[in-house]
Design a protein around this ligand. Structure first.
Ligand code: HSE
Length: 317
């Protein structure tokens, strides 16, 4: 396969880290998301002269490598088409974000591929366009074009997706926050977790929910930790989805007792996240999470991390 070298560019190969993300942020179903420092997927990309997309996985998950059936592949195919078949891409993915974790694994692949291709193309596309391309991967993975994992993965920090049609993304600068995450090893498919949701909600619940979304956004912008904590309440989605997560109510209660500001299901689950103001509190919260799943004898992964404010991180190789 021939390689092409872009002018103004040192190299036509890059390595990048695509971050895990927490979608919804409890009360903001499909409209809020947060990027994490850890875990992240490691990807290497190369610009090719032929209009082909080659995918290789260097991980243990057995994900499809046919680009038509790979979340990063469909993104790159769409970008090649938008470029009138003038180039192609080779992508090697080493996934560290477990598929099905509720930590935006598919979004990391899709957003990483879009951002990596764009970097190889000397930033020909806007961030907005990259979100559009990356959402094609999310559609393949979950059947729905939602951007609450894609946008924070690309922009970093906290993102508000005010609308999808037309796309309107607001990047919020959060105060320093520490994040505890536990990923119990049970399967919750996003499509199933969406299927079980009620199609209609009560006005009184809607009022509570939009009060919390507004409160959370205001709390993040004003760096008001107590307001953030009070607003991390979900009266619509969590009561339905939490039944899929063993020990959820006890987990949440114990984390709040350990000093967490608040938290809940990460995306569609099964991971659960908690925000804390101090690093020491976050470590104590992660310990509480781990103790519960040890007691329930459910294998789990846990992370104690912070917010990734940059989004995709690049290195030239
Ligand atoms: N907002 C989506 C959901 C995120 O909760 O279904 C899925 O990761």
């Amino acid at each position: 396969m021939k390689e092409i070298r872009n002018k103004n560019q040192m190299n036509n190969k890059i390595r990048l880290h695509a971050p895990a993300t927490v979608a919804n942020l409890v009360c903001g179903f499909d409209v809020l998301g947060l990027a994490l420092q850890e875990p992240y997927d490691i990807m290497e990309m190369e610009l090719l002269a032929e209009p082909v997309v080659l995918i290789k996985h260097e991980d243990r998950f057995g994900l499809p490598t046919d680009p038509q059936h790979n979340v990063a592949g469909v993104v790159l195919l769409a970008m090649v088409e938008a470029l009138h078949n003038t180039c192609g891409f080779k992508l090697t993915i080493n996934k560290q974000i477990l598929p099905g974790s509720g930590l935006g694994s598919s979004a990391a692949s899709a957003a990483g591929a879009a951002a990596g291709a764009n970097r190889l193309l000397n930033n020909r596309f806007t961030q907005h366009e990259l979100v559009q391309f990356a959402m094609l991967g999310e559609k393949l993975a979950t059947g729905v074009k939602h951007a609450d994992n894609i946008a924070p993965a690309l922009y970093g920090g906290v993102t508000l997706i005010r609308a999808i049609h037309p796309l309107d993304i607001v990047r919020l600068e959060p105060p320093p926050l520490h994040v505890s995450v536990v990923h119990p090893q049970i399967e919750v498919r996003t499509s199933d977790a969406r299927q079980i949701l009620k199609k209609q909600i009560l006005l009184k619940d809607a009022i509570k929910q939009w009060g919390n979304v507004a409160g959370l956004v205001a709390g993040l912008l004003q760096k008001d930790y107590e307001l953030i904590g009070r607003s991390l309440e979900d009266v619509i989605i969590e009561p339905v989805r939490s039944i899929l997560i063993p020990g959820f109510d006890e987990l949440k209660k114990n984390c709040l007792l350990a000093g967490a500001l608040g938290g809940g299901i990460s995306g569609s689950g099964p991971s659960v996240f908690m925000l804390s103001k101090e690093a020491g509190t976050a470590l104590a919260v992660t310990k509480v999470m781990s103790e519960l799943y040890e007691r329930l004898q459910i294998p789990f992964y846990s992370y104690t991390t912070t917010i990734n404010t940059e989004g995709i991180k690049f290195a030239v190789i």
